[in-house]
Structures are given as structure tokens and as C-alpha cells.
Design a protein around this ligand. Structure first.
Ligand code: FES
Length: 85
């Protein structure tokens, strides 16, 4: 069941429908959904929305949820001072 206004990623205000549309257009991994919609780019860095996005991918593709990998973590290229945050 789709809800046009139900947020899948609260940090970036990306709706469930936007995620489903991205999956239907070929974004079948969480990383691909992230690139297509900007979901997972928020403050929580997908701690809140990963499970929701993984469930949507599973529902749309039929892939078992246990096979859906988390997003790739990229460490900063160079060290940052704590004051820069
Ligand atoms: S809820 Fe998606 S990045 Fe925080």
C-alpha cells in the first residue's frame, strides 16, 4: 500500500512513493536509491531510514531483505578538526 505523503527518509524528506519510483526505475540497492533520491544523506546517515528503504526494495524486487546490503560508509579523505562540525 502506497501513501503519497508517508516519509521514508525523515532527514531528507523523501517519501515512500519517491523511493518506490526509484526502485521501479532500476535503483535496486540502497546505494542506488541514495544516489537517485538523496535519501540517506541526512544527519542520521541512514540509521533511521535504512530498514524502511530495504523493506521497500524487498517488496518491489522480491529480493529477501537479508540480502539487501547497507550503504557503503566512506571515511573522510583527510582528517577533520572537531571544530569544523
Ligand atoms: S532518515 Fe534518512 S538520513 Fe536520516
Amino acid at each position: 500500500m502506497e501513501n503519497d505523503h508517508l516519509l521514508a527518509c525523515r532527514c531528507m524528506e523523501i517519501t515512500e512513493v519517491e523511493i518506490r519510483n526509484a526502485v521501479r526505475q532500476g535503483a535496486t540497492t540502497v546505494d542506488a536509491v541514495k544516489r537517485a533520491t538523496q535519501a540517506c544523506f541526512g544527519l542520521c546517515q541512514s540509521k533511521t531510514c535504512f530498514n524502511i528503504i530495504a523493506r521497500i526494495i524487498s517488496e518491489e524486487t522480491g529480493k529477501p531483505i537479508s540480502e539487501i546490503l547497507p550503504i557503503k560508509i566512506r571515511i573522510p579523505v583527510r582528517p577533520l578538526n572537531i571544530e569544523s562540525f
